[in-house]
Design a protein around this ligand. Sequence first.
Ligand code: XMP
Length: 317
Amino acid sequence: SWTSDSFVETSVAEMKEQLGDDKVVLGLSGGVDSSVAAMLIHKAIGKNLYCIFVDNGLLRKNEFEEVLESYKGLGLNVKGVNAKDKFYEALKGLTDPELKRKAIGKTFIEVFDDEAHQIQDVKWLAQGTIYPDIIESVSVKGPSATIKSHHNVGGLPDYMKLKIVEPLKLLFKDGVREVGAAMEMPTAILSRHPFPGPGLGIRILGDITAEKVRILQEVDYFFIQGLKDAGLYDGVWQAGSMLLPVQSVGVMGDERTYESVVALRAVTSVDGMTADWAHLPYEFLADVSNKIINNVKGVNRVVYDISSKPPATIEWE
Ligand code: XMP
């Protein structure tokens, strides 16, 4: 019968055989799949695994620094690449969700490519593909903008001619988490909510600016940290916040304000294909709403999304 321990043992042995002294490059996203894939391959070939973690400027607040540190703590050979400005430049003026996804995907590939080329004689591209990605039941909206679709074959230009290694391709998400636990990876990584490859880029409705990213990062921080502090995080499948391209009138002290509206979204789900809005306690929502409005400059109204999927999707774009 399948155990995570025997899976680790077998797949590490197989990869030792298969990869020998070859160099392997892998793009880390901060998510569960790429992180567990990296740990497994690291167990097999150590420093010959070159991990690249790109800051696209669309991650959660402090995410890049914190996740990078935790990867280093796990002993991974990882290079953090700050490419924020490149992404903001590529996104400038774009408002259509699919065009934004394409721009983010294309920029990611360019940055990743540049980095991969700096590794002498790299032979393999490792991917955190899991079984649902292969059977195409994974619900991604665009073909090009996701970490997931980058790590599907065809993401990199032909001339790189890398062979592909995908140690998780027969596992479901739960199995991936068990394998990670068997390798004693931190729960902070394993229990993480799914996060879309295009990140906050598809949670800022309309065009993206560094200032809007900053506002949404603050909002999102109060929401996610609040869920964790209230012990609600693990009961929710995914949560996030959307910055709406709408301003509303408010009053602060004795002044009239005219500022942005944000929407909070939290869902319960099994696989993301269908989802119900999470019935979070009113007291919790009231508390988070107050914190956001009192602390995040530029936001004066918070709404909670009570739509189920279908017909609404989880993301707003
Ligand atoms: P929707 O919005 O389609 O989302 O209900 C279902 C799941 O997919 C994630 N999602 C994406 N993930 N690239 C990704 O890597 C994308 O472009 C993308 N769009 C949606 C979403 O966060 C949810 O987990």
